[in-house]
Structures are given as structure tokens and as C-alpha cells.
Write a protein that binds this ligand. Structure first.
Ligand SMILES: Nc1nc2c(ncn2[C@@H]2O[C@H](COP(=O)(O)OP(=O)(O)OP(=O)(O)O)[C@@H](O)[C@H]2O)c(=O)[nH]1
Length: 342
């Protein structure tokens, strides 16, 4: 008996575009039962595996680093492991790969199109690319990876249209249609999109796409390409960890100030926080110049200590400056608290 090939969907989009938000909504849908999720994050400490709420199934965290640099190793190994488990009888009906926002999709696609494992056990079901309606236009101007993500999509999803003007969203959609004439452009508010609109979008084809797509894929076929990926100069990812509960006032003021003054250098901020006086963890998100409203999680993730972690992806903004600035604000906030109590 030949086994059914497991469909694989690639979920991509630049930093903070809304991938995890959409994935969380999607996974709650009955059509997504039996979905295994592979998550890859850029940087020394990822948070997404803690922020993806699973009801069932597998979530595999690919080694920290960049999926486009580790793709020929970790990704293939993780897919091989899942294929073996499916062979042994575990229900794995679908795989979704959430890439880091900085991922170049070309090496991922090249691997998924041509690796022997993919040809025997899997079927590429489509590339879904999310584009932030607020930050997307500026991102396409400066980030080569974002352009490739959009051009290689089988489905484009415009997110955060609630935060953008109608004109800005329409202009961005026009730009996306030129960059990618074949992918339908959908809109999703807070990740709300029907699975049918995203699934079954493959197999990948270069037909009708801008000529650069075929060239990007061809460039990945060479052995040298495996070692040639270099992210844009000056990009740094780091995590700050705090043992004691943090004062919300000092932290919020500092984060808002940082997004206003250094928004161009601040590609992404993501924090899982233990806030003084709060029983539940608080999640904060900054995307370039936007600071999204904080959210409380239902509880602390199991097997996770209660230290606060804030992950930063910056360009030309060194860790030391961020760390010193935050510590100064926190000290000031603590002292004000002491004075108030006194
Ligand atoms: N207003 C609004 N906010 C959204 C929407 N979609 C996502 N967000 C917010 O955008 C922020 C980033 O969303 P994530 O889902 O973490 O983005 P991501 O693409 O997974 O981020 P990385 O993994 O760091 O690249 C969060 O605060 C979300 O709540 C939307 O349609 N509207």
C-alpha cells in the first residue's frame, strides 16, 4: 500500500507580520487536527514555541538560528523524524513550517522541492506569506528577504489592515500584485482566515512569476549556496533575562520610547514577562515603530521558569545600549516605587 504523502505548508512573512497569531487561529480549526508544527526562530532564545498554543499534535522547535542557514540539516532531520513516526502509525496529517521572519525562502523551497525525502513522504502544499499592512511597504523597500517571501508565495495574506488606512492597504496590495502576479491576496484580521483559503495551494511552480524567482531557486542548487547565506550587515538578535518581577510602568515607558526613537533599528521586540503584581504572564510585541497592546496569557507555560525574557532583533543597535537603557529605566521605576511606598 502506498502511503498518502503528507502535505507541507510553509508559513512565512517578515518579523512581526502576524505568523504566530495566524497559526494559533488556524490550529484551532477542526480541519487542522493532526498537524505537526515546525518552528524556527532567529536568535539565541526563541519564544514562539511558548506562544504557540497547541491543543494536540506536535510542535518541534528547530535549533535556534536561521532556518535558511540550517535548512539542509535541521529541517530535513525534523521532517525525516516526523515521516518515520507517521510510518509507525502516528497520525500526522499535515506539517506547517513557521519560518523566522528573516528567512530567505529560496533555500527552504529548493530543499522542499528537490530533497528525496520530500519526493517520497511529503507533498509541498503551498507557501503562505504574511505581509504587515502597516510596516510592509517600508519593509519591502529595505529587506531583500521580505521581497523574496512575497514573490515566492502561493497565497499572500495582508495582516493588520485594521491599523492601516484603506489607501495604504490598497497601495500595498497593488505593489504585491506586481511582485507576485500568481498569488491571491487575502486579508486577515488578527489571523482570522479560513483554512481552505490557505491550504491546497501547491505544488510550487515558477510559471507566471517574476523571472527572479527561478533565478533565486537555481542559485540554491549549488553546493556553495549552502554556505553563502549572510544576513544583512548589522543585524543582531539577543535576549535579556530578568530574575525578579519587573515594574510595568518603567518597562512600558521605556519600550514605547524605544519604538519612537529607535524604531528604524528595532526590527522586532518580543517579551514574555513576569510583571510585579500580575499572576499571569504578560506578552509584549514591538514591530519596528509599532508597539502592540500587551496581552495576558492564560498561565505560565508548563516546564518553564518564571523569569522574564525579552527578545530583540536589531539593526545597528548593539545589545549594550539596549540593556543599559532598560536597566536605567527599571532602576528609576523601582526607586519611584520605593519613594511612593515610603
Ligand atoms: N491590530 C492587529 N494586530 C495584529 C494582527 N495580526 C497580528 N497582530 C499583532 O502583531 C504582533 C506580532 O504578531 P506575531 O503573530 O507574534 O508575529 P510573527 O510574525 O509571528 O512574529 P515573529 O515570529 O517575531 O516574526 C502581536 O502583537 C499581534 O497581536 C492584526 O491583524 N491586527
Amino acid at each position: 500500500m502506498t502511503r498518502r504523502k503528507i502535505p507541507v505548508t510553509v508559513l512565512t512573512g517578515f518579523l512581526g507580520a502576524g505568523k504566530t497569531t495566524l497559526l494559533n487561529r488556524l490550529l484551532k480549526h477542526p480541519a487542522m487536527t493532526g498537524t505537526a508544527v515546525l518552528i524556527n526562530e532567529f536568535g539565541e532564545v526563541g519564544l514562539d514555541h511558548l506562544l504557540v498554543e497547541r491543543l494536540d499534535g506536535d510542535t518541534v522547535l528547530l535549533q535556534a538560528g536561521c532556518i535558511c542557514c540550517t535548512v539542509r540539516g535541521d529541517l530535513v532531520r525534523a521532517l525525516g523524524d516526523l515521516a518515520q513516526r507517521a510510518e509507525a502509525g502516528q497520525e500526522i496529517r499535515r506539517v506547517v513550517i513557521e519560518t523566522t521572519g528573516l528567512a530567505d525562502p529560496a533555500p527552504i523551497l529548493q530543499t522542499l522541492i528537490s530533497h528525496p525525502l520530500m519526493l517520497t513522504a511529503y507533498a509541498l502544499d503551498g507557501v503562505v506569506t504574511l505581509v504587515d499592512a502597516v510596516a510592509g511597504d517600508a519593509t519591502l523597500d529595505t529587506e531583500a528577504e521580505a521581497v523574496k517571501q512575497a514573490a515566492m508565495a502561493d497565497r499572500l495574506v495582508l495582516t493588520k489592515t485594521d491599523l492601516a488606512t484603506r489607501e495604504a492597504a490598497a497601495a500595498l496590495e497593488g505593489r504585491l500584485r506586481i511582485l507576485n502576479p500568481v498569488a491571491p491576496v487575502l486579508r486577515a484580521m488578527a489571523g482570522d482566515v479560513a483554512p481552505e483559503a490557505l491550504l491546497g495551494a501547491g505544488p510550487f511552480s515558477t510559471e507566471g512569476r517574476i523571472p527572479a524567482v527561478a533565478a533565486w531557486l537555481a542559485a540554491e542548487e549549488t553546493e556553495a549556496a549552502a554556505h553563502a547565506h549572510r544576513h544583512a550587515d548589522g543585524i543582531e538578535a539577543f535576549a535579556l533575562v530578568f530574575d525578579d518581577p519587573l515594574p510595568w510602568d518603567g518597562l512600558a515607558t521605556w519600550l514605547e520610547m524605544l519604538t519612537v526613537t529607535r524604531g528604524d533599528s528595532l526590527l522586532r521586540v518580543k517579551g514574555l514577562l513576569n510583571i510585579a503584581g500580575e499572576a499571569r504572564p504578560v506578552v509584549v510585541h514591538g514591530v519596528q515603530r509599532s508597539f502592540h497592546p500587551p496581552a495576558r496569557l492564560a498561565g505560565w507555560p508548563l516546564d518553564h521558569d518564571r523569569r522574564s525574557r525579552i527578545v530583540f532583533v536589531t539593526r545597528n543597535l548593539p545589545r549594550g545600549i539596549v540593556e543599559d537603557g532598560l536597566n536605567a529605566f527599571l532602576d528609576a521605576a523601582r526607586q519611584t516605587g520605593i519613594l511612593k511606598r515610603g
